[in-house]
Design a protein around this ligand. Structure first.
Ligand SMILES: [Zn+2]
Length: 170
């Protein structure tokens, strides 16, 4: 099951998201382009993971080039989630939203939880993970499954572990 955040997105954007969430690894660059957001891998202060702001009228995600690639992918998804869910905040702040390594931005915690949940949906679509787990690992979540899924979805092992923990509870 996907997060409730997915249900809040307008139909046109949701259609774009769902198209990209049907294959893995999810092509974030292409997804961003179709949403009208540009991505810049940038030199950013250490301790900062990413930012989304409106620069010269264009929504732009900056992601810290010094962080691991898997980490950069989650950050891009997190910033795209802000774009989809919190455009009003981005539009009313000259610097948009800037996230530190804990994905805290000075906005209320709720805003960051929402962005994290939607980001997880985007880079680790539940339907695909369930299918992979079922067909390749007989539904058993173990170290090998976590490692393999993390590699195939191009996310960190820690991120995949958290994602899979929601299965165990279900
Ligand atoms: Zn954030």
């Amino acid at each position: 099951m996907s997060s409730r955040e997915l249900a809040k997105i307008n139909e046109a954007q949701k259609a774009i998201l769902e198209k990209h969430m049907s294959t893995f690894p999810v092509k974030l660059g292409q997804l961003a382009r179709e949403l009208g957001v540009s991505i810049k891998v940038s030199s950013m202060r250490s301790g900062i993971s990413g930012q989304i702001a409106r620069i010269d009228g264009e929504y732009t995600v900056r992601v810290n080039r010094n962080e691991a690639r898997e980490r950069q992918r989650f950050t891009i998804a997190h910033e795209l989630a802000h774009f989809l869910l919190h455009r009003n905040i981005i539009d009313t702040s000259p610097d948009g939203i800037t996230d530190n390594v804990l994905y805290r931005s000075g906005e209320p915690d709720r805003i960051e939880y929402e962005a994290n949940r939607l980001a997880a949906d985007i880079v680790m679509p539940m339907a695909l993970i369930e299918e992979e787990l079922r067909t390749k690992f007989r539904g058993t979540i173990n170290e090998a499954a976590i490692e393999s899924l993390a590699a195939h979805f191009e996310v960190s092992k820690a991120a995949m572990e958290i994602r899979l923990s929601t299965f165990a509870e279900a």
